[in-house]
Design a protein around this ligand. Structure first.
Ligand SMILES: Cc1ncc(COP(=O)(O)O)c(C=O)c1O
Length: 469
C-alpha cells in the first residue's frame, strides 16, 4: 500500500491481474526519456491514494474543470524538448533545429511552450500556421507542410515569411507564379525516400506508394526547374518516413539517402542549406512497447548524416528534425469518469466512460492500444479485466479492450495514459459531444489551456434557413 507520495514511473513489468497499480511503476533509470514512460515524469501518488500530475491531484482537477479532462504536464513536455535539443548539440557538429510537429497537438499554449524552448514548429494547414503565429512563434522558425495547400494557405505562408515544404508539381508551379516579381520565398522539397518501416499503414509515409512528396525519379526535373526560378529560394530537402517507429535502421538509411539527393541538388547549383529528416520516434503506450530514447534516435540520425556528407564530400547542412508524438505523447493523460457497467456472462464486462472516440479516435482508427488506471484508488489491487467503452452511438467506440484494473465503481476516475499526441488534435464533435477541456499542470499550479466546449459552441456555426423556423 502506498501511504507516502512516491514517484511512479512505469516499468516493463507485466500488467498482471494479481499486481497492484504501483507494482507497475518505478523510478526512472539512467538517461531514459519521456517517450519511454507510460505516465508523465511528475506522476506521483498522494496521501489520499490519488494520482497527482504536475503536483495537481486529478480528483481536484476534475472537480474544478470537469470530466473528461486532458491533463498536460509542462515539465514532461519541456524535458522532451530539451533532450532533443541537447542531443543534437551533442551529436551534430553543424547547426541544427528541432521543429515540433504540431499536428500532434496544436493550440496556443503548446506552441508557446515549445517555442520558449527554442524549438521551431512544423504546421500542416493554414489553421495550424495561424495558431502558431498567434502564439507568437517566430515565422522564421515555422515550416508549412501539406500535400494540397490551398491558394489561401500559400498566400498566408508567403505573407507570414515561413518556409514552404513543397510537396508536388502543381504546388511548385503555382507558387512560382504567385511570387513572380516579388520577394523570394524559402522552399524545401519533400521527397518520398522509398524507405519501409514497420508501423500502421496509415501512418507510414516514406514508402514509394504514398500521397506525400515528389517521387525520387522526378528529382532531376524538379532541381532543374527550381534552379531557374529566382523567386524560389531553395533551402533544402525533406522526408518523413512514418510515425510510432521503434527501429533505428530506417532513420539511419534515411540520413544517407537524403544526403545523396542533396549532393545531386548541388550539381544544379542549388545551395545546400538545410536537411529535414522528419519525425517518427515512437512512444510507450503499453508495457510491451520499448522505444529507443530520444538520445539514441538523435545519435543515429546525426551519425548517419555526418558519415554520408563525408562520403559525398559536401558540407554539413543545418539538420532539422520534426518530432511530434515523442515530444508530447507521454506528457498527457485523459481523465474520464466511470458510469455504468454491463456484464455479458462468460464473455466480458463493459465499463462505460463519459468520453470516447470523439476525444481519442486512435483506437477506432488505428486499433491503437492504451493502458488505464483508476486514479482515485491507486493502491487498489488489480483484480479484473474489463473493456472500456466510450459513450458514442457506435459499437466500435471501445477505448481499451481487456484493461486490467482494480474493482471499479461508478464515479471512479479512469485515467488513460500517453494521450498527448493525436488525441485532442484528432478530436471531433461526433454525436455532438462538446470537446473536453485541457489543463496545463506544473508545480502544483493548473492553467486552463483549452476551455470545455458548450452546447452553444456546438450550434455556433449552424444556420437555420428562415423557412424552417
Ligand atoms: C511531415 C511530418 N513530419 C513530422 C511528423 C511527426 O511524426 P511523429 O509524431 O511520429 O514524430 C509527421 C506525422 O505524421 C509528419 O507527417
Amino acid at each position: 500500500m502506498i501511504t507516502q507520495p512516491v514517484q511512479v514511473q512505469n516499468s516493463g513489468r507485466q500488467y498482471l491481474p494479481d499486481s497492484t497499480t504501483d507494482d507497475l511503476l518505478e523510478l526512472p533509470a539512467g538517461d531514459r526519456s519521456p517517450n519511454q514512460f507510460l505516465l508523465p515524469l511528475t506522476a506521483q501518488v498522494n496521501r489520499d491514494d490519488c494520482l497527482e500530475i504536475g503536483g495537481c491531484d486529478l480528483f481536484g482537477l476534475v472537480q474544478r474543470y470537469g470530466s473528461p479532462l486532458y491533463v498536460l504536464d509542462e515539465e514532461t513536455l519541456r524535458t522532451a524538448c530539451r533532450q532533443y535539443r541537447d542531443a543534437f548539440r551533442k551529436y551534430y557538429p553543424g547547426e541544427s533545429q528541432v521543429l515540433y510537429a504540431s499536428k500532434a497537438w496544436n493550440c496556443l499554449a503548446v506552441c508557446a511552450i515549445v517555442a520558449s524552448e527554442n524549438l521551431g514548429i512544423d504546421v500542416v494547414s493554414g489553421g495550424e500556421l495561424y495558431t502558431a503565429l498567434k502564439a507568437g512563434v517566430d515565422p522564421q522558425k515555422l515550416y508549412l507542410h501539406g500535400n494540397n495547400k490551398s491558394l489561401d494557405e500559400l498566400k498566408l505562408a508567403i505573407e507570414s515569411g515561413c518556409t514552404l515544404m513543397i510537396d508536388n508539381w502543381l504546388e511548385l508551379q503555382t507558387l512560382a507564379d504567385l511570387v513572380k516579381g516579388k520577394n523570394p520565398v524559402r522552399i524545401m522539397l519533400r521527397l518520398t525516400p522509398g524507405i519501409e518501416c514497420h508501423t500502421h499503414e496509415y501512418i507510414r509515409t516514406g514508402h514509394l506508394d504514398s500521397k506525400f512528396g515528389f517521387d525520387p525519379n522526378q528529382v532531376d526535373e524538379i532541381f532543374k526547374f527550381v534552379s531557374q526560378q529566382s523567386e524560389l529560394e531553395f533551402v533544402g530537402l525533406h522526408a518523413h518516413i512514418g510515425s510510432q517507429i521503434f527501429e533505428l535502421q530506417p532513420h539511419q538509411d534515411l540520413g544517407s539517402v537524403m544526403v545523396q539527393w542533396l549532393s545531386k541538388a548541388a550539381k544544379y547549383d542549388l545551395k545546400i542549406q538545410e536537411l529535414n529528416i522528419g519525425g517518427g520516434l515512437g512512444i510507450r503506450y503499453t508495457e510491451s512497447d520499448d522505444p529507443p530514447s530520444i538520445d539514441e534516435w538523435v545519435k543515429v540520425v546525426c551519425e548517419s548524416v555526418v558519415a554520408a556528407c563525408q562520403s559525398e564530400k559536401i558540407p554539413l547542412p543545418k539538420l532539422l528534425s520534426e518530432p511530434g508524438r515523442s515530444l508530447i505523447g507521454s506528457a498527457c493523460v485523459t481523465v474520464y469518469t466511470i458510469g455504468g457497467q454491463k456484464t455479458v456472462p462468460g464473455i466480458r464486462t463493459y465499463i462505460s466512460v463519459d468520453g470516447g472516440m470523439s476525444d481519442n479516435p486512435r483506437p477506432i482508427t488505428y486499433q491503437s492500444v492504451y493502458r488505464a488506471l483508476i486514479a482515485n484508488r491507486m493502491s487498489a489491487p488489480i483484480v479484473t479485466q474489463v473493456t472500456i467503452a466510450g459513450k458514442h452511438c457506435e459499437s466500435g467506440d471501445i477505448l481499451i479492450k481487456d484493461a486490467a484494473l482494480p474493482e471499479t465503481r461508478s464515479g471512479d476516475l479512469l485515467v488513460v495514459m500517453s494521450t498527448g499526441a493525436y488525441n485532442y488534435s484528432m478530436s471531433s464533435n461526433y454525436n455532438r459531444l462538446p470537446r473536453p477541456a485541457a489543463v496545463l499542470v506544473n508545480q502544483g499550479e493548473a492553467n486552463l489551456i483549452l476551455q470545455r466546449e458548450t452546447y452553444e459552441d456546438l450550434i455556433r456555426h449552424d444556420r437555420l434557413p428562415e423557412r424552417l423556423k
